[in-house]
Design a protein around this ligand. Structure first.
Ligand SMILES: [Zn+2]
Length: 482
């Protein structure tokens, strides 16, 4: 049973009058993830964001629900909401005790990526701006809306007296730093979480704003800092060039060990996997729906072409193949202050996406070995501050869930549901998959074309967030009948 039209109207209302205004306040808070604000405790932004979102949630708690901001030592906090089952045979019985064999987890995060340059005139990371359906600013789409969508879904069911199982909402504050704090909370809250039969993750993407998209796989991520030094101090480039290699040339040699610079292909076998046949079929189906949008959704300069002229290959590259980006650099003066110097060192931050099913620790070890062994010219080379997170390949969808997603998409978007792999990383999904091998996963999100999470001009497509909330409600109602 889907939620009623009256409730869909109610959701529209609550988004306009309560959720969007609260998200506007949330965007103003520069609560960057701990990796990007090591002084986050002293700055207090994270606590303000937690208070804002928890404060809103307290005004919206379904009957019988409890909310706690849980803090373990010096770790980033989590918001934990425990909502008893409703309208099911077990409702009011043992299911509310917190140890039900049938619990749904709804997951999101409230920490944010750093600012990034390139925001359009009038926009900025901490400057909320509403333009039509879009709410611009850092963290609205990734992933501030998640707690609002979760509670709206459950309150929609309560309104229509539709059944749902016991639900826990878990909002963490460390996702953009690899969810390092989360395993400790999962252990700490294990008894209160219970046995999960369904995980709803609201931190993923969609290929358009026209239908419900669910995510069937995620890539993993290796990060680390590569430092190259041949000199103990900078020297006159007229004196040094042709005698001592420039550290940036050694960088090029080392990066070529990882990646073919002409194709972008990663050379290390430890970072590759056999792509499952059904995922190739899914990429082909996605290409039929989105076509060139897989590449022309990006803010391209005129005349820029993608790395290959085949949409299916691009989708597979983005989801099931490794890819390298250099995301930061030290050791370079700004151009206005750049003398003719052989610089003493070059340091870059590498970000390497790895496919699902690849062992992240083995992959990270292979990257470190490849970069550090046999340094050209005997240069001092180190790859340090390594982070390694696994990708994730979804278990097969149960028929009831597949049907529920499709029915919900048709009802609230007017088009059938689609599924595809994503190129980003949500470390928690792998952890949950290991811990609850029998759970079903509904991973979805609002990160669609142009939404540009992590980049400039991030926006939340508000109607999609609202429709997604209603789809989650319908899926929970169907889940309760299983
Ligand atoms: Zn996110």
């Amino acid at each position: 049973m889907p939620v009623t039209d009256a409730t869909a109207k109610w959701a529209e209302d609550i988004f306009a009058k309560s959720i969007v205004p609260t998200l506007v306040d949330y965007i103003k808070i520069p609560n960057k993830s701990p990796d990007f604000d090591p002084e986050w405790r002293a700055h207090g932004h994270m606590d303000r964001a937690v208070e804002l979102l928890a404060g809103w949630a307290r005004t919206q708690l379904p009957e019988g629900a409890t909310l706690e901001v849980v803090r373990l030592g010096e770790r980033t906090p989590v918001i934990f909401i425990d909502i008893p089952a409703s309208g099911t045979p077990s409702a009011g019985g043992p299911a509310t005790s917190g140890r039900s064999g049938d619990t749904v987890m709804l997951y999101g995060h409230l920490d944010k990526q750093p600012e990034m340059a390139g925001w359009r005139e009038g926009l900025g990371p901490w400057t909320p701006v509403i333009e039509g359906d879009r709410l611009y600013g850092r963290g609205g789409a990734d992933d501030g809306y998640a707690i609002f969508a979760s509670l709206t879904a459950i309150n929609a069911l309560r309104r229509d007296k539709l059944p749902h199982a016991r639900c826990v909402v878990l909002i963490e504050a460390c996702e953009e730093s690899g969810s390092d704090d989360l395993p400790a909370y999962i252990d700490h809250l294990a008894a209160r979480i219970g046995q999960l039969s369904l995980v709803v993750c609201l931190d993923s993407g969609c290929a358009n704003y026209d239908q419900l998209w669910s995510t069937t796989s995620l890539r993993g991520l290796i990060i680390g800092n590569l430092e190259i030094s041949l000199l103990t101090e900078g020297v006159h480039s007229g004196d040094g060039t042709g005698v001592i290699a420039a550290s940036e040339r050694v960088l090029r040699i080392l990066l070529d060990r990882l990646e073919d610079s002409h194709t972008g292909q990663i050379k290390l076998p430890e970072l590759a996997t056999q792509i499952p046949r059904q995922r190739i079929a899914q990429a082909e189906a996605t290409a039929k729906v989105i076509g060139h949008e897989v590449w022309n959704k990006f803010p391209l300069q005129p005349g820029v072409a993608p790395v290959v002229g085949n949409d299916v290959e691009l989708i597979l590259n983005r989801t099931w193949r490794p890819g390298l980006a250099v995301t930061g650099a030290d050791g370079w003066p700004p151009i206005g202050n750049a003398g003719n110097v052989l610089r003493p060192f070059t340091r870059v931050k590498l970000s390497i996406r790895i496919p699902p099913r690849v062992d992240p620790n083995a992959a990270a070890a292979a990257v470190k070995r490849t970069l550090e062994q046999d340094p050209p010219y005997g240069a001092k080379v180190s790859f340090t501050d390594i982070g390694a997170n696994a990708g994730w390949d979804a278990p097969e969808l149960a028929p009831w869930l597949e049907q529920a997603l499709d029915a919900a998409s048709k009802k609230h978007f007017g088009k059938p549901a689609m599924s595809m792999g994503e190129g980003g990383t949500i470390p928690f999904m792998y952890m949950l998959g290991e811990k609850f091998p029998k759970a079903q996963f509904c991973i979805t999100g609002v990160l669609g074309p142009g939404s540009n999470a992590h980049g400039p001009n991030e926006f939340l497509h508000v109607p999609t967030a609202r429709k997604l909330s209603l789809c989650v409600a319908d899926v929970l109602a169907t889940h309760a009948q299983q």
